[in-house]
Design a binder for this molecule. Structure first.
Ligand SMILES: NC(=O)c1ccc[n+]([C@@H]2O[C@H](COP(=O)([O-])OP(=O)(O)OC[C@H]3O[C@@H](n4cnc5c(N)ncnc54)[C@H](O)[C@@H]3O)[C@@H](O)[C@H]2O)c1
Ligand SMILES: [Zn+2]
Length: 379
């Protein structure tokens, strides 16, 4: 028997956030005007971003800044303690503001520190990776990692504002760019048709790290932010509909776990997870728009994203086994105890969550995922 399942379409998912999210050229310069209501402003910055972009962020010279080493390792108790100590030593109160400058690591850690300090002070995000701009900076989830797993300690703490400036993307390494694109594709699938169409049309010209993003690209980021905001607003603490944002993620987390954390960027695993979710949905008779599966595959290919394991990892020495991927599924914290649940697509902007996939079908999906044969792009 299938468990109780719910569906929600984009149109039904409610209003936008109460806080401002500015997207566009020079958005980064709005920090000081927006900081006026706060009694003190401090910054937590990724050290790589500080090095690359200090010159274009004049407000940095006026506020105390704590540098954070780059990488996932900074989402730790040690750096949480250092950040909270920094808030105390700079005299922050509950009416102060912590501005995070960097990718999802900095916004997750800074958001958590701000939510804990004096039982909650303000946080604002200036996201500098594509992934953080379309995903991590929006929605108020915060976290650090434990040895037992990713994001196991966290809170919900909505930011006061988010400033999304494309200038940061010009220095983004190619892999980080691709990882962000994986989440862009996921978000566009949860959105209305014009956004998905715009992504398909622009895909060939979007994968250009190092270049100033076009205004069309700004529009796409804005649309992704809006889409995420609407799904979050419908269910801020993820009791139901917000789970839609985990489309492709149960599979992706299993792939990341099986490959060893850090071996594959999260957003790239998400791209492969989306392909698996569509295949699962079709095989279970849930997918209503068959053509969406082939247009997903074509879009991922146009963006230079992998569909299957062999598209990403060509080294025969790094083979994965189905058993490793199955074991990886049991480590996804979003599943009920030892029973993974999946978000599966029905149509554009429409998904079903909390779906169980029979063991034998999962086995077949993983076998296809690991196979050497070319993905079928046309059905
Ligand atoms: N809270 C949420 O809702 C949410 C959603 C998605 C992901 N996340 C979290 O976000 C994290 C991943 O975020 P991420 O992909 O931004 O990773 P990240 O913050 O580790 O940044 C990736 C790398 O890019 C570098 N970098 C950042 N901006 C740069 C720039 N403009 N130019 C050059 N280099 C730059 C960083 O130094 C780092 O080495 C994960 O920990 C994930 O759990 C949170
Ligand atoms: Zn993700």
């Amino acid at each position: 028997m299938q468990p109780a399942q719910e569906t929600l379409t984009w149109e039904e998912s409610g209003n936008l956030f109460a806080y401002p999210v500015l997207v566009g050229t020079d958005a980064r310069l709005s920090v000081l005007p927006l900081c006026k209501p706060f009694d003190r402003v401090v910054c937590l910055g990724d050290s790589t971003v500080l090095r690359l972009h200090f010159g274009s962020l004049p407000w940095l010279e006026t506020i105390p800044t704590l540098e954070l080493p780059p990488g996932e390792g900074s989402k730790s108790w040690q750096h949480l303690e250092a950040t909270v100590d920094f808030l105390a030593s700079t005299g922050c109160s509950r009416r102060s503001l912590l501005v995070t400058l960097g990718g999802g690591v900095v916004s997750d850690l800074g958001g958590l520190a701000a939510s804990l300090f004096k039982r909650g002070m303000g946080v604002a995000h200036v996201p500098t990776t594509l992934l953080a701009q379309v995903d991590a900076s929006i929605g108020g989830k915060t976290a650090i990692n434990l040895a037992a797993g990713k994001n196991l300690v966290g809170t919900f703490h909505a930011p006061q504002f988010v400033l999304i400036d494309p200038i940061f993307l010009t220095t983004l390494p190619r892999t980080e760019w691709q990882a962000g694109l994986g989440e862009v594709v996921k978000t566009a699938l949860l959105a209305r048709r014009p956004i998905w169409q715009a992504l398909q049309e622009q895909a060939p010209s979007l994968c250009q790290p190092g270049q100033q993003p076009s205004s069309a690209w700004n529009e796409l980021i804005r649309a992704c932010v809006q889409t995420k905001a609407q799904w979050v607003e419908s269910d801020p603490t993820e009791q139901g509909s917000r789970k839609a944002l985990n489309l492709g993620h149960t599979f992706a987390h299993a792939i990341e776990h099986a490959a060893g954390y850090g071996a594959i960027p999260h957003g790239i695993a998400v791209a492969m997870g989306l392909v698996l979710a569509f295949e699962a949905s079709r095989r279970l008779g849930l997918l209503e728009q068959f053509e969406l599966e082939s247009s997903l595959q074509a879009t991922l290919q146009a963006l230079g994203l992998p569909l299957r394991w062999r598209d990403w990892q060509t080294d025969p020495g790094s083979r994965l086994e189905v058993a490793q991927l199955q074991a990886g599924l049991l480590h996804d914290k979003k599943g009920a105890a030892f029973e993974p649940r999946f978000v599966l697509p029905l149509a554009l902007g429409q998904v079903r969550w909390d779906v169980k996939i029979p063991e034998d079908l999962l086995h077949e999906l993983w076998t296809t995922f690991l196979s050497e044969r070319k993905a079928e792009t046309d059905r």
